[in-house]
Design a protein around this ligand. Structure first.
Ligand SMILES: *[C@@H]1O[C@H](CO)[C@@H](O)[C@H](O)[C@H]1NC(C)=O
Ligand SMILES: [Zn+2]
Ligand SMILES: [Zn+2]
Length: 446
């Protein structure tokens, strides 16, 4: 009997689940004359699509690294001016913050990162990177194009917005912590929620994937110099060998995850760099090793950090070497884990479900990759999702950070319309919940 009750309950949930979502859709678009699907139709219009593609290709040809996105930033500002959207610049060196709507609360952020990677593009095509050794291999060029697409949609419907959309074009996602710098300027202080997206090469076009709670790992980097005493390779007793010491250090570091971490609390320690020696018959003075560590909570992350330092210095001393460890936090701040807000997850499912159908809104498995979007989520309820690009009729796409990485531009209307609907829908849904006292705050930019 108990079993049957469960079957019945599950059936009820299956049958009535989608109905609830549909009836809620009237709430989502309350005050807006257009539904998420109509936003998508607009973004698919040939002229809107071509405009986004052109912007993306221009940025792709001229990739700029973190905090050097000057031309990218200029291009964004030019487009915002053409659209009649006021903005703040410079924010965190190259960042641009645009505003659409009433200028009053609630404020909802939508974010795109702008930076490229220091790697050579190996895709041969008309709009290949013109800068040797730099490439948009993480799709941030497409993120900018889609956020501008969203800006265009939202500007068309500005009079219907029940609050203010804050466009966040941020520098330096790839390790530079651009999000952290943007927050430090205070420009997002009154923002009530923020959304972001990332393209995914292995998720079908027209689908999205995400999850509530911990989604991506937090991460840190380390570099250590292990010093011994160099000498003739045939007379080891007169040297202190840092190669062997570093090798023991690397083996000992493997025990942090296999022996010290809770097996159910996913963590990674990888040594990805090992530099030392240059001859077959010389023991070098020192060896430099470096790598990354990942975890899904701040506690596990700081525990790893502390133990990495201890293991490196103490294990090196077993072999009579000295070691110094640097966590490079000035250039590469420790990224917190990416934790998606539960309430915003429901909002996302409603909007994406209505636009794409619930079948296409997939549950994401947590990933050990990390995102500096997590910095926003520490301060503001935030939500990031993956946007599908894969089209099997065209072929397989390479993963992000591959020199063969390619974007399927057909994903742009989906990204633009989702950004716009998430933001506009958020304002419709939550405009009554903002305390009246807060409602007195204005953005001077408007
Ligand atoms: C390690 O540091 C100590 C103290 O500074 C120094 O006396 C020693 O020579 C160093 N050993 C090596 C192998 O560099
Ligand atoms: Zn990346
Ligand atoms: Zn990225």
């Amino acid at each position: 009997m108990g079993f049957l009750k469960w079957v019945f309950l599950i059936l009820v949930l299956c049958v009535f689940g989608p109905v609830t979502v549909l009836s809620d859709s009237t709430v989502i678009t309350d005050g807006l004359s257009k539904t998420p699907s109509e936003f998508l139709e607009f973004a698919k219009k040939q002229e809107v699509f071509d405009w986004m593609v052109e912007i993306r290709r221009k940025i792709h040809e001229n990739p700029e690294l973190g905090y050097e996105e000057f031309e990218t930033s200029k291009l964004i500002r030019t487009e915002l001016e053409k659209l009649g959207i006021p903005y703040k610049y410079p924010v965190a060196i190259t960042g641009v913050i645009g505003f659409i709507g009433t200028g009053k609360p609630p404020f909802v952020g939508i974010r795109a990162d702008m930076d490229a990677l220091a790697m050579q593009e190996l895709v041969e095509w008309e709009h290949k990177s013109k800068i040797p050794g730099k490439m948009h291999a993480c799709g941030h060029d497409s993120h900018v194009a889609m956020l501008l697409g969203a800006a265009k949609i939202l500007k068309e419907h500005e009079k219907e917005l029940q609050g203010t959309v804050v466009l966040v074009f941020q520098p330096a996602e790839e390790g530079g912590g651009g999000a952290k710098k943007i927050l430090e300027t205070g420009v997002l202080d009154n923002v009530n929620a923020i959304f972001g997206l990332h393209v995914a090469h292995n998720l079908p076009l027209g689908e999205v994937a995400s999850r509530p709670g911990p989604s991506l790992a937090g991460s840190g980097f380390f570099e250590a110099v292990i010093s011994g005493k160099g000498g003739h390779a045939a007379i080891p007793q007169h040297s202190i060998d840092p190669i062997l010491a570093a090798s023991n250090v690397i083996v000992s570091l493997q025990h942090l995850v296999s022996r010290e971490a809770d097996p159910l609390d996913a963590q990674v320690v990888t040594v990805a760099k090992f530099q030392g020696g240059g001859a077959f018959n010389v023991i070098p003075d020192s060896v430099t090793i470096g790598g990354t560590f990942r975890a899904f909570s701040k506690e596990s992350l700081s525990q790893l950090k502390q133990r990495i330092e201890e293991v490196i210095t103490k294990q090196a001393s077993v072999q009579r070497c000295n070691a110094t460890v640097d966590f490079l936090e000035n250039e590469k701040p420790l990224f917190p884990p990416t934790i998606n807000h539960e309430g915003l997850h429901k909002h996302f499912q409603k909007i994406a479900g209505e636009m794409l159908s619930l079948r296409k809104v997939k549950e994401l498995q947590p990933l050990m990759g990390s995102e500096d979007f997590a910095f926003y989520q520490e301060k503001i309820p935030g939500y990031i999702f993956f946007l599908g690009m894969e089209d099997r009729t065209i072929g397989r796409l390479e993963s992000v950070h591959s020199p063969f990485f390619q974007i399927n531009e057909d994903a742009f209307p989906y990204g633009a319309a989702l950004h716009a609907s998430l933001a506009a829908g958020y304002l419709s849904e939550f405009h009554q919940e903002v305390p009246s006292q807060e409602a007195k705050q204005y953005h001077d930019e408007l």
